[in-house]
Design a protein around this ligand. Structure first.
Ligand code: MSK
Length: 644
């Protein structure tokens, strides 16, 4: 490739990235002709307009069919389905897939707990007996006078039953405010179990079954509620039981956390079952000694994506990067192993790794990647498997062969580890474990409200920059922000997840709250499945009283400014369906159907209390959220904001 072409390619990619560290590595990647997500994004332009608008149907073999959005060509598919059916059916299928993916994570966690309880998985134990008992009581599992293991076995069985339940409802639906439950009952969207609504939704989106757009979309809602109040909530609770309830702690983020003289092992994916044990293995004396014998000073373990969030929240393990940085981590030339399990893993990784000495190791029975080495997790032998993997990393260290290492000189402090339970103590003060002071600060007009800003980063948007811009605008306007996923990781790199950020970026009211309690203006609540912590925090705010009898009455809003995956669609649905106004950066693929678009962005509010909005400009999107919060404040007759 000519020098000019390389430069153009690199400039085009860098235009889409806000993070300096990433920009430098993109330069290098383009020079080295290493593929990146930004380059591929340019290469696939123009992207399919029919797909973007939801006007392409591939469901049956009379098609694929597409509908002309300008009205000149066909307005129905071969079977007679309209644009409304196309758009609603496609969206509903995606919600079911997203819900399945998250919920499978929850099932995996419950299985691991069962194996632990039966004494078959010695690498695991109950690290939070208090939470075990609290959740067991919710499931009506006897706790008095019983051992942790006995309780855990019965709880795991009860949770696994929840997945296959055919009647009644998933247990955690009981956690939702009564009025919301009543709405779901009326709409017949209460998830009986976790699996059934997903299967039912796939069945009704088969050709020739459900074609009424609004009815189809209720299927999307039900499948997604099965995720938020089912599979994902189980994932969060079991992770806390097995690995401990997170507590706020300071750690480091961005690619500068890799160490030139260490063996670097990067853990990427979502389910913490193996990553937790790899952290233990890498810290064991025999592995450290082996690393030194190979010429390294030590072993650095760092995370990418939600695996990063899981081990950051509980262990303070440094974060190497967010979703879009996974290839750039390899471009440092300093990574001996990238260990992946499921979700958000780019298929390009083994090809990129082949430019260096790096090995990509896949570990989950559900996911293999051409070019990766598969070392499968068996919970019964987790520590030995983890040590085998760590050893592979150590033995790969000498293969750097003196090649150039490009670790950026940038690591930013981050405070992570907030949960719906411990935020209680921080906001409630040491001696008053209640949400009262949070609600009071909102009532008094010191805090405007609370916003959840979550989700992926996307080369279509500003590659993480939308999160940073939106969150800055929200906290400037006295909105306390809670975050999860790669959104949190982007804001961590920007220094927003540290108490010092309050004085720099927050409005006066939020500043006062942060200073009084010693918290950052942006609270990191964990991985994508931990969006359920946000639901629980909302339930707690309702219970505390004074700011609404239902989640839909709270002065709160949600956003996924750079959403990318089907999981994000399921999250959006269960958040909207729980009564929360939610802004997505790029629209859902439904704009080819004005009826479906109107249903999602207007009509839904009168049905479930929440609705969607689509706004790519993060500042405008932040103001949509602020307007919504103001509207809710007015409806509750709360005092005007203290500092306008
Ligand atoms: S990892 S789902 S890119 S947030 Fe949960 Fe990040 Fe989105 Fe994956």
């Amino acid at each position: 490739m000519t020098e000019t072409k390389k430069e153009t390619k690199s400039e085009a990619a860098k235009d889409r990235v806000w993070c300096e560290v990433s920009r430098d590595l993109i330069d290098y990647a383009c020079d080295a002709e290493m593929e990146t997500v930004w380059e591929r994004y340019e290469t696939v332009q123009p992207q399919c307009g029919f797909g973007q608008l939801g006007l392409c149907c591939t469901i049956c073999n009379m098609g694929p069919c597409r509908i002309d959005p300008f009205g000149a060509g066909s307005q129905v598919g071969v079977c007679g389905a309209t644009a409304d059916t196309f758009a609603a059916r496609n969206l509903t299928r995606k919600a079911a897939a997203g819900s399945a993916c998250h919920s499978d994570h929850g099932r995996h966690m419950a299985h691991a707990m069962l194996l632990m309880a039966e004494g078959e998985a010695e690498a695991y134990t109950v690290r939070d007996p208090r939470k075990l008992r609290a959740v067991a009581r919710e499931y009506e599992v006897a706790v008095d006078g019983r051992s942790d293991r006995d309780i855990a076995r019965d709880l795991a069985e009860a949770m696994l039953e929840d997945f296959g339940r055919q009647h009644g409802h998933t247990r955690f639906v009981d956690r939702a405010p009564a009025r919301q439950q009543e709405i779901w009952r009326r709409l017949r969207t209460v998830p009986e179990g976790v699996d059934m609504p997903i299967v039912e939704t796939l069945a009704r989106t088969h050709t020739g079954v459900d074609t009424d757009p609004e009815h189809l979309l209720m299927g999307a809602l039900k499948a997604s509620l099965a995720d938020g109040w089912g599979g994902s909530m189980i994932a969060t609770e079991v992770s806390d039981i097995l690995f401990g309830l997170p507590m706020p702690m300071r750690a480091k983020s961005n690619l500068g956390v890799l160490r030139e003289k260490d063996v670097n092992i990067v853990l990427h994916g979502h389910v913490p079952i193996l990553s937790e044990v790899i952290v233990d293995a890498a810290q064991s004396p025999d592995m450290l000694e082996l690393a030194r014998s190979m010429g390294a000073e030590g072993i650095t373990v760092a995370g990418i994506c939600c695996t990063a969030n899981e081990i950051l929240m509980r262990r303070g393990i440094p974060v190497a990067g967010n979703f879009l940085q996974q290839e750039l981590a390899l471009a440092t030339g300093a990574v001996e192993l990238m260990v992946v399990d499921v979700q958000c893993i780019m298929p390009s990784l083994p090809r990129v790794a082949a430019c260096f000495h790096t090995k990509v190791i896949s570990t989950d029975p559900r996911a293999k990647f051409p070019g990766a080495i598969h070392v499968e997790l068996d919970e019964r032998d987790a520590l030995n498997i983890a040590k085998r993997i760590v050893r592979m990393g150590i033995e790969n260290f000498p293969n750097r062969n003196g090649r150039e290492i490009r670790i950026p000189d940038d690591e930013t402090d981050v405070i992570a580890g907030f949960t719906a339970e411990n935020v209680f103590y921080f906001l409630g003060g040491k001696y008053r474990s209640t949400y009262r002071p949070l609600n009071d600060a909102i009532i008094a007009g010191r805090l405007r409200g609370v916003a959840g800003v979550v989700g992926c980063d996307n080369p279509k948007n500003a590659s993480g920059g939308c999160h940073v811009a939106m969150v800055k605008e929200l906290i400037k306007n006295d909105v306390l922000v809670v975050q999860t996923g790669c959104s949190a990781l982007n804001c961590a790199k920007a220094g927003l997840l540290q108490p010092e950020a309050a004085a720099k970026y927050a409005g006066k009211g939020l500043q006062e709250v942060c200073e009084a309690v010693g918290i950052p203006p942006v609270l990191h609540l964990g991985s994508c499945v931990d969006n359920t912590r946000i639901l629980i925090a909302c339930c707690n705010m309702v219970k505390e009283g004074g700011i609404g009898d239902d989640i839909s009455e709270l002065p709160v809003a949600g956003a996924a400014p750079e959403w990318m995956s089907e999981k994000a669609i399921a999250i959006g649905w269960y958040v909207v369906g729980s009564g929360i106004f939610t802004v997505f950066g790029t629209p859902l693929n439904v704009m080819g159907s004005p009826n479906v678009t109107k249903f999602l962005t207007e009509d839904l509010e009168g049905i479930v209390g929440g609705k969607w909005a689509f706004e790519p400009d993060p500042i405008k999107a932040a103001h949509l959220m602020i307007e919504h919060i103001n509207k809710k404040r007015d409806a509750l007759h709360l005092r005007p904001m203290m500092y306008q």
